[in-house]
Design a protein around this ligand. Sequence first.
Ligand SMILES: [Zn+2]
Ligand SMILES: [Zn+2]
Length: 124
Amino acid sequence: MNSSYRCFKTTVLLLCSLPLSVGGCECGGNKLAGRTEAPTPTAKPSQPERSKEPLIKKAEIVDWCPEHGVPESICTRCNASLIAEFKKKGDWCSRHGLPESQCFDCHPDLKTKFEAMAPKKDKP
Ligand SMILES: [Zn+2]
Ligand SMILES: [Zn+2]
């Protein structure tokens, strides 16, 4: 029993002293404490994702393109797919690439009309 235990210990010592012997210290003795294999805590990467709350609440959706001064739903400059619709209806100014009904250049009075339609901005 004793002998088997010693044998085991020797084996462990040998294994443990192997990397040490490279350093030149062969008579290190019973330095078994050097190898403490602490189980590395496996960090859990999966964190419960919080539902992202929008920082900016969407303002009421206004059907208006402030850039072009026309309702967004008929703004051909923002939605090119609308162009075909207007062309089909014959409502198209090829000179300005705009629906005739939105061409302020040809119909300056339209501008005031659309301006009246524009949602009023809150002025301080
Ligand atoms: Zn637009
Ligand atoms: Zn025009």
